[in-house]
Design a binder for this molecule. Structure first.
Ligand code: LCS
Length: 393
């Protein structure tokens, strides 16, 4: 069926369809490493790019292809490249777009390992980086150098919930001849489509909302244009960080309910945020759905909803945060996010522990920051869990 004109929910169910000879309602798992050619001539044609037959699963596989096609449709991109994890997506992008002598500008509050690997590892290969508050476009402009090749933005950022203006970032990047990359993990294409706002590349940790069930680690990169897509795809094949067909099947299964899961979790998040904002022991809260969020208006303009992630701090600081984390029962004390279950964690000592103390403070990842990923349980139970936990603080 033609899914280009279909609504988003229809695309979630049908955009990955393949022409299966048995009429299977779901995409079959082609759990194979290699594919037999009909004859020697056909094999040579596949390698020469004159036939689009499958060769080897690291290069391409029908189950993985179905997911890649679907995600490209959802993000309005040219093509998707499924990879083994969100960090594999980050590294495919860094490796494909940056060389010795190049410079990257990025959000200071990006997911910790996306920054740590750049500052601790890529620097050894002569790649420079500058981490700044990208909610302020004038800071981005100032951070650009003649050798800046990539503007790497995470919005909303993990874990500060800071929102950067994607259209403004695209304008600055393109003016300087650089590419704009957006980490869209916190939104998924259901809430934000950065390629429509001018980004060149968008990527996800599909471990989060897209798969949505906390049972798979996975990633994907989507390029707007064919040339960049080919560059990224070639890098993925050479690095060997491809997705496995079974992993692709699991994500294809999880993605079908992306819309209804996010609708439900966002509804819950609105209620949890209201509860926290009015709680006497809460010092501050950042949630895109609250008017108190510094980029509330931008969030309304650029996102199709508030999302399901909240960061907040208690008046009793880190000691209070520890007490709360040790006293909630429904919320799991665990990293990750975007699954059906509610999670609580402490970024400064967990997800962002590898970022320097100075880097964390400058980025607003303070010791009192608690990150709360709202799940799809009953809102009253999530709130009751927090209420009784806060009583012990
Ligand atoms: N980008 C963002 C925004 C993320 O939150 C994560 C993982 C990644 C990239 C990397 O993806 P992965 O390789 O784990 O699939 N974020 C995590 C977090 O906040 N807690 O645990 C993992």
């Amino acid at each position: 069926m033609n899914t280009k004109e279909s609504g988003f929910s229809t695309k979630l169910i049908h955009a990955g369809e393949i022409d299966d000879q048995f009429g299977s309602a779901t995409i079959p798992i082609y759990q194979t490493s290699t594919f037999a050619f009909k004859n020697a001539e056909e094999g040579a044609k596949c390698f020469a790019g004159e036939s689009n037959g499958y060769i080897y699963t690291r290069i391409g596989n029908p189950t993985i292809d179905a997911l890649e096609r679907q995600i490209a449709v959802l993000e309005n991109g040219f093509g998707g490249i499924a990879v083994s994890s969100g960090m594999a997506a980050v590294n495919v992008i860094y490796q494909a777009l940056l060389a010795s002598g190049d410079h990257m500008v990025s959000t200071d509050a990006v997911y910790g390992p996306s920054r740590a690997i750049m500052e601790n590892h890529y620097i050894k290969y002569g790649v420079e980086s500058t981490y700044i508050n990208t909610t302020d476009s004038s800071q981005i402009e100032k951070a650009f150098k003649p050798n800046t090749k990539v503007l790497f933005i995470e919005t909303p950022a993990n874990p500060t919930m800071d929102i950067s203006d994607i259209a403004a970032c695209a304008e600055i990047a393109h003016k300087h001849g650089a590419l704009l990359v957006i980490d869209n993990t916190f939104c998924s294409p259901y809430l934000q489509t950065p390629l429509d706002l001018g980004a060149d590349i968008v990527f996800h940790s599909m471990t989060k909302f897209i798969n949505g069930h906390a049972d798979i680690v996975a990633g994907v990169v989507i390029a707007k244009e064919e040339t960049i897509y080919k560059k990224l795809r070639g890098m993925m094949i050479s690095l060997g960080c491809n997705m496995d067909p079974h992993q692709a099947f699991m994500v294809l299964r999880g993605i079908k309910t992306l819309g209804i899961r996010i609708d439900r979790a966002s509804e819950n998040a609105d209620k949890v945020a209201e509860f926290l904002e009015n709680h006497p022991k809460v010092a501050w809260i950042k949630y895109p759905g609250l008017k108190s969020h510094p980029q509330y208006e931008l969030g309304k303009k650029q996102m199709n909803g508030n999302g399901c992630m909240i960061s907040f701090g208690l008046k009793s600081g880190f000691e209070g945060a520890k007490k709360l984390m040790d006293n909630v029962h429904l919320a799991l004390l665990a990293v990750s996010l975007g699954g059906v279950e509610t999670l609580i964690q402490h970024p400064a000592s967990m997800t962002h522990s590898k970022v320097t103390k100075e880097g964390k403070l400058k980025a607003g990842i303070t010791d009192d920051l608690i990150r709360f990923a709202v799940g799809i349980e009953d809102a009253k139970d999530i709130i009751e869990d927090l209420r009784q936990g806060l009583e012990k603080v």
